[in-house]
Write a protein that binds this ligand. Structure first.
Ligand code: NAD
Length: 264
């Protein structure tokens, strides 16, 4: 196969269905020539992930819950057996109790705080620890974040705090692993209607607000995030690490509502 990722083998975590950002990235990476491996979280997602992986000739490693170290170890052991090495990983995993993605951040419980940070932030580090061992010749690791890490966004609450920690961890991991030529970056995607996004209060309003106020006057697609991800995963970005790349139709540069925007 040819393409900028030809000969590269990558693991994609966080595929749920064909609306997932992980799917946009998987399709673009496949088009660019990569060989892919996938995990799924639980039986109900297995039914969706297996046919999608098959469409791209990918291998399915099995169930992997990032809060369960044994399932992470098993996935990496399987990669080592099948491929012996890894060139990139894509981490598209986040979770918070839906009840706390509405209302006030100040009401977050200790339990949901720990769980959200564990799944949405620490899991990227847990994956990096395991992937490092399979990247003797360098590699690229990518995670997904959101503007709610930088600025207050309605209802994003504890997830904004988790994403801020995730973005900081991108910088610390980049510094730790740089000497092994392992690059760590994140894409800060604009709002996209996915399963995870449907848990966020007033998501439709946030999406519309972005469309009316972003410089490109629209939202972004999983395909656009996918193509930017290919750049970061590929040798074209060999000089880029510790970076948060905004793929958000430019929304993050805006300081004020577009006066011409209609009411939502
Ligand atoms: P999605 O629902 O398609 O994907 C979320 C994935 O996280 C699912 O596959 C789910 O199985 C996985 N996951 C959750 N808890 C897990 C656990 N304990 N173990 C293993 N996997 C677990 O939604 P998405 O929007 O494609 O989300 C992918 C990433 O993109 C997330 O990090 C999300 O925060 C981020 N993101 C999304 C948007 C958006 O608007 N959709 C914007 C910016 C960033």
């Amino acid at each position: 196969r040819s393409g900028i990722l030809a000969g590269k083998r990558g693991l994609i975590l966080g595929l749920a269905n064909n609306r997932s950002i992980a799917w946009g990235i998987a399709k673009a990476a496949y088009e660019a020539g990569a060989e892919l491996a996938f995990t799924f979280q639980g039986e109900s997602l297995e039914k969706r992930v297996r046919p999608l992986a098959a469409e791209l000739g990918g291998i399915v490693l099995g169930h992997c819950d990032v809060t369960d170290a044994a399932t992470l170890d098993a996935a990496f052991a399987e990669i080592e057996r099948s491929w012996g090495r890894l060139d990139f990983i894509v981490h598209c995993v986040a979770f918070s109790d839906k009840d706390q993605l509405t209302g006030r951040y100040v009401d977050t419980t200790a339990e949901n705080f720990s769980n959200s940070l564990l799944i949405s932030c620490y899991s990227f580090t847990a994956v990096a620890q395991r992937a490092e061992k399979l990247m003797a010749h360098g590699g690229s690791m990518l995670t997904l974040t959101y503007y709610g890490a930088e600025k207050w966004m309605p209802h994003y609450n504890v997830m904004g705090v988790a994403k801020a920690a995730l973005e900081a961890s991108v910088r610390y991991l980049a510094a730790d692993l740089g000497e092994k030529n392992i690059r760590i970056n994140a894409i800060s995607a604009g709002p996209i209607k996915t399963l995870a996004a449907s848990g966020i209060g007033d998501f439709r309003y946030i999406l519309k607000w972005n469309e009316y106020n972003a410089p490109l006057r629209r939202s972004v697609t999983i395909e656009e995030v996918g193509e930017s991800a290919v750049f970061l995963l590929s040798p074209m970005a060999r000089g880029v690490t510790g970076e948060i790349l905004h793929v958000d139709a430019g929304y993050h540069i805006v300081g004020m509502k577009n006066p011409a925007a209609p009411d939502i």
